[in-house]
Design a protein around this ligand. Structure first.
Ligand SMILES: [Zn+2]
Length: 353
């Protein structure tokens, strides 16, 4: 009898300690705070201590979830050690990038996490770095929000955060001699044929926090998938998704398009503080971040035949799955930064240089 009581007590403790996450927890202020956290880490310039600190932050964030795991795709560019960050569901097993028949998610949502080393369009301070609240920070913040909102669902989906997107030449070089979209190019080129075949859609989030958010349809994006997302936005009443054509942009979706993957770039390129020191927290709004978060979440749920009302009233028994094999990601990045050769034995290195 005493044993039964103990068992029931233990069972109830386990049951009630399971965090029930609801999309109601994701607010405009929370998304804005995710940008603020990145700015407080510092300039996420490729190869710097702040860039590594950002990676540790994402590793810790992932560790606190129930269902997500993190992996680092390490590579070298111009003699600098860089890394893309891949986040997938623990329940599907780890991704071996470049290996045929290794798991790869069906849907990938991406953003770049680096911030530009030089504010090359700033009329006064063009030698200073860009804070990157909108350019980098906004897409990352939405992905963190989506990780939290989708933690309770066992979905065939992943997130990727790219290093070294934003260091190319406009009026001057971000980093001398560097090109644009370095991380995403290395990542997409490294995928095996079976992984490319598995990946159905790539959605890129870039500069989505502008206070006056105007998301025109990016011209290199897949028209049909763009329609799908913009129609959801229209149904939800988010006028930020506009029915006009925007620019043709070289952005992190291009390497995926080059591999034949149906891709969309959600971007507002008419950002008045683009590549200036004023790309800070005061230039973006939580409402803009939330609009994009909400539309992308609804799209993800709709293609998985789930309605967004489900996320507010989720049944624990049907969606909660125990993840016993989640790796200690924060420890792994720590070792990867110090004992690089050891780390490379664990995750296949795909450097071409
Ligand atoms: Zn940029």
């Amino acid at each position: 009898m005493r044993l039964l009581f103990l068992f029931l007590l233990l069972a109830s403790v386990i049951f009630y300690s399971v965090p029930v996450q609801s999309t109601n927890e994701i607010t405009p202020d929370l998304l804005l705070s995710y940008v603020d956290t990145q700015l407080k880490i510092g300039y996420r310039i490729p190869g710097t201590a702040e860039s590594h600190e950002f990676m540790r932050f994402v590793a810790n964030f992932t560790e606190k979830t129930d269902s997500w795991q993190i992996q680092f795709h390490n590579f070298t560019y111009d003699g600098v050690e860089l890394a893309n960050i891949l986040i997938t569901k623990t329940s599907y097993g780890s991704v071996k990038i470049g290996e045929n028949n290794s798991y790869f998610p069906k849907i990938l949502i991406g953003a770049h996490f680096d911030s530009r080393a030089k504010a090359t369009k700033d009329p006064l301070f063009n030698d200073r770095p860009v804070p990157g609240a909108n350019d980098g920070g906004s897409g990352v913040a939405i992905i963190l929000g989506l990780m939290k909102a989708l933690d309770q669902f066992n979905l065939d989906i992943g997130f990727v955060l790219f290093d070294a997107e934003d260091q190319g030449y406009d009026r001057d070089a971000g980093i001398p001699g560097w090109s644009w979209i370095i991380g995403s190019t290395r990542f997409a080129e490294a995928l095996s044929v079976s992984q490319v075949n598995k990946l159905e859609n790539f959605i890129l989030l870039d500069m989505v926090g502008d206070k006056d958010l105007q998301l025109k349809r990016e011209r290199n994006s897949d028209a049909e998938l763009t329609n799908e997302i913009w129609n959801i936005a229209s149904e939800m009443g988010y006028g930020q998704f506009m029915n006009t054509s925007g620019y043709s942009l070289i952005d992190d979706h291009i390497p995926f398009i080059n591999r034949g993957i149906t891709s969309v770039d959600i971007i507002d390129f008419d950002f008045p503080y683009h590549h200036t020191v004023n790309d800070d927290l005061s230039s973006i709004s939580g409402e803009s971040l939330f609009a994009v978060y909400d539309v992308v979440l609804s799209w993800v749920l709709s293609i998985n035949n789930l309605s967004s009302s489900l996320t507010d009233n989720v049944s624990l028994s049907s969606t909660f799955s125990v993840s016993s094999v989640k790796r200690n990601a924060s420890l792994e990045i720590f070792y990867s930064l110090i004992f690089v050769p050891v780390f490379f034995k664990k995750i296949k290195r795909l450097s071409k240089s």
